[in-house]
Design a protein around this ligand. Structure first.
Ligand SMILES: [Zn+2]
Length: 98
């Protein structure tokens, strides 16, 4: 699909392939800065969601005292159970929605 778009910088018409990364043939400025900003915002939101979803599991250090290791193992068990339940619900929701 080929179209042309008026360059927001120099005002000349330039070939545009609907790609947000397309640049003006005359002044080499971005033809669709809004699309690029939108794309970046979406990317940032995705990164943030990934960060929120990732759970830092407790690390068991072999140098820890036996009772520290014991409680860490219990905590880790709860974390794994929690993640399993969340995954199960996500799977269930996906199943019901489909
Ligand atoms: Zn231009």
């Amino acid at each position: 699909m080929s179209a042309s778009r008026k360059c927001p910088n120099c005002g000349k018409w330039s070939r545009w392939t609907q790609n947000p990364a397309d640049r003006c043939e005359h002044c080499n400025s971005v033809l669709d800065p809004v699309a690029i900003a939108r794309e970046q915002a979406r990317e940032e939101r995705r990164e943030e969601e990934k960060k929120r979803l990732s759970i830092n599991f407790i690390e068991i250090n072999p140098d820890d005292a036996w009772y520290t290791q014991f409680f860490k193992r219990i905590g880790l068990g709860f974390q794994i159970a929690f993640v399993s339940i969340i995954s199960f619900f996500l799977w269930l929701i996906a199943l019901l929605a489909g």
